[in-house]
Write a protein that binds this ligand. Structure first.
Ligand code: ZN
Length: 462
C-alpha cells in the first residue's frame, strides 16, 4: 500500500477507507477513548453498525467545545485512547495480534513494549481554535506522521536534493513538526531558525535553501523583509505558505517575490490534524490540498445544523490508523466553498480526495485581546431560539486576521427587545463572548443582507 496510496482506483479507495473506518471505530476509538465510549452510549449507537464511510457520517460531528464545554484543555484528555494490556490483545489486528499473543505468553516485558509502542501517548502538539489543547501521539503515530511527511515532499515536487529553510515558529505545532518530519523522511537537509527575520537571513547564509516555508498570514511581509535583508536565495525554487492562504495572502506573497523565478505552494493542517496536506506544482491552488486517504477521511457538514452536506461546508476529519487523541468526525472550523473532490488531480494525476477553496479557521474569530468568538456556537444559539423568525451573522473588518465587528441582524416573531435580550444571553452562555451588536430588522430585510457566504446564514463583509 505504501507505494500506491495515491494511485488507487475509486472502488479500491472506497473499500480501503471503509475497512480503515471500521477498524478505527470498532477496535481503537470506541473501546479505548473514554469520551467516545460514553458518546456511543448516549447516542444509543452500536459501534458494530459503524462499518464504513457512509455509516460514520451518521455520527454527529463534534468540536473542542463539545468535548470540553468550559474550554479547559484538561477536558480534552477524555479523547485520548488508553489501552490496557488485556484490552490490546482483544482489539489488535492481524500480524500485530499474532505477535502480541506469542509475546504475551513467552516474553511479557516485550509484550508490554509492543502495547506501549502502539498505544502509549508519548508526544504532543498544541492545537485548537477557541482554546489551546494538546493532541497526543504514540510512538507508532510518529511513524505515520513521517510517512505523511515523505508523501507531502513528493506532492510538493521536492526531492532529497532540496534544502528547506523554515521561517515557521519553532514550537510543538503540527505545522513545525510536520515540516520537520517531512524533510527528515525525505532525506533532505532542513534548517529551523525560528520566525525572527534576522535568524532566517543568517540561516540562509549558512545553507542556501531551495525551498522556503513561511506562515501564510504574514508571508508577504516576511518575504519582503527577508529579501530586503539580502538573504542568499539564488537557489530558491519554491515557497511554501503554511496554513491555507487566502487570495489576499497569496497575492501578497506573489507581490513580494516579483522578479524571482519561484513557485508558490500552500501546505495546511486543519485544527486538530497531525499531518500537513500540500498542493502539487502542476495543479496549484486550483487543484487544492491533496489528502492522504489512508490517514484521514475528510467530510463536510453544515456548520449551523451539523448535518452532512456534499458541497460547501465545515471540514470534518476522521483520523484513520492513528492512536493518541482520537479525532472522529472532528469539526475543524475550516470552511470549504466546494465539495471534497474525488476526481484524479488534473495536475499530478494522483487519485486522492482534494480539498479546494479552503478558508482556514473561518468559523472562530479572535479579538485583539486573544479571546475567541466561536461563530458555530453563535449560530447554534440563534438557531435554538423559537422567538427569532430569521437571522444573519455579519462578520466585518479586516479579512487578513478575521478581527473586527460581528453584527447579528435578526427578525423577531414578537417583541424585538425581548428577543434581543434572550439571544444575547444565549450567545454569551454558549459562545462565551457577545457579538459587537444585535440589530432588529424586518424579516424581508434579513433576506436582503449580502456578503461572502461562510455558511448559509453567516456572511462576511470586507
Ligand atoms: Zn495534484
Amino acid at each position: 500500500m505504501a507505494s500506491s496510496w495515491d494511485t488507487l482506483s475509486a472502488p479500491r479507495l472506497a473499500k480501503l477507507q471503509d475497512d480503515l473506518v471500521r477498524d478505527q471505530v470498532q477496535h481503537v476509538v470506541h473501546p479505548f477513548s473514554p469520551y467516545w465510549k460514553e458518546r456511543f452510549t448516549e447516542l444509543g449507537k452500536d459501534p458494530a453498525t459503524v462499518d464504513g464511510v457512509t455509516a460514520v457520517a451518521t455520527l454527529p460531528a463534534v468540536g473542542e467545545r463539545d468535548v470540553s464545554p468550559n474550554g479547559d484543555p484538561a477536558g480534552m484528555a477524555t479523547l485520548v485512547v488508553r489501552a490496557t494490556e488485556s484490552g490490546f490483545a482483544l482489539h489488535a489486528q492481524g500480524p500485530t495480534l499474532r505477535r502480541a499473543l506469542r509475546l504475551r505468553l513467552t516474553r511479557p516485558e516485550d509484550y508490554r513494549q509492543l502495547v506501549e509502542h502502539d498505544t502509549k501517548p508519548t508526544s504532543y502538539v498544541w492545537s485548537g481554535l477557541g482554546f489551546r489543547y494538546p493532541v497526543a501521539s504514540t510512538r507508532a503515530d510518529l511513524d505515520v506522521v513521517a510517512r505523511a511527511g515523505a508523501r507531502l515532499w513528493a506532492v510538493l515536487g521536492l526531492t532529497a536534493d532540496d534544502a528547506l529553510l523554515s521561517a515557521v515558529p519553532v514550537a510543538s505545532t503540527t505545522e513545525h513538526v510536520g515540516l520537520y518530519f517531512a524533510a527528515m523522511a525525505a532525506g533532505a537537509p532542513a534548517l529551523f531558525p525560528g520566525a525572527a527575520v534576522a535568524d532566517v537571513v543568517a540561516a540562509a547564509r549558512l545553507a542556501s535553501p531551495t525551498v522556503l516555508a513561511v506562515p501564510a498570514a504574514s508571508a508577504g511581509a516576511v518575504l519582503a523583509e527577508v529579501l530586503e535583508a539580502g538573504a542568499s536565495l539564488d537557489r530558491l525554487r519554491k515557497v511554501l505558505l503554511v496554513g491555507a492562504p487566502s487570495e489576499d495572502e497569496r497575492a501578497a506573497a506573489a507581490a513580494a517575490l516579483v522578479g524571482h523565478d519561484v513557485v508558490v505552494l500552500a501546505v495546511h493542517a486543519p485544527s486538530g490534524a497531525r499531518v500537513l496536506w500540500g498542493e502539487c506544482p502542476d495543479g496549484g491552488a486550483g487543484a487544492g490540498f491533496h489528502t492522504y486517504p489512508d490517514i484521514d477521511l475528510v467530510q463536510l457538514v453544515d456548520p449551523e445544523t451539523v448535518e452532512p452536506v456534499a458541497e460547501g461546508g465545515e471540514l470534518v476529519l476522521t483520523q484513520l490508523g492513528l492512536r493518541g487523541t482520537a479525532l472522529l468526525r472532528w469539526r475543524t472550523g475550516d470552511v470549504s466553498g466546494s465539495r471534497i473532490d474525488p476526481a484524479q488531480c488534473p495536475g499530478c494525476r494522483r487519485t486522492v480526495p482534494r480539498v479546494r477553496q479552503l478558508r482556514r479557521g473561518a468559523l472562530v474569530l479572535h479579538s485583539d485581546d486573544g479571546r475567541a468568538l466561536d461563530l458555530r456556537a453563535v449560530a447554534g444559539a440563534l438557531s435554538g431560539r423559537t422567538d427569532l423568525a430569521d437571522w444573519r451573522v455579519l462578520v466585518g473588518g479586516r479579512s487578513r486576521d478575521g478581527r473586527g465587528q460581528v453584527l447579528v441582524h435578526f427578525a423577531a416573531n414578537g417583541d424585538p427587545g425581548e428577543a434581543a435580550v434572550g439571544a444575547a444571553a444565549d450567545i454569551r452562555t454558549l459562545a462565551g463572548l457577545l457579538p459587537t451588536q444585535l440589530v432588529a430588522v424586518g424579516s424581508e430585510d434579513v433576506a436582503l443582507l449580502d456578503g461572502e457566504r461562510l455558511t448559509r446564514r453567516i456572511l462576511r463583509r470586507h
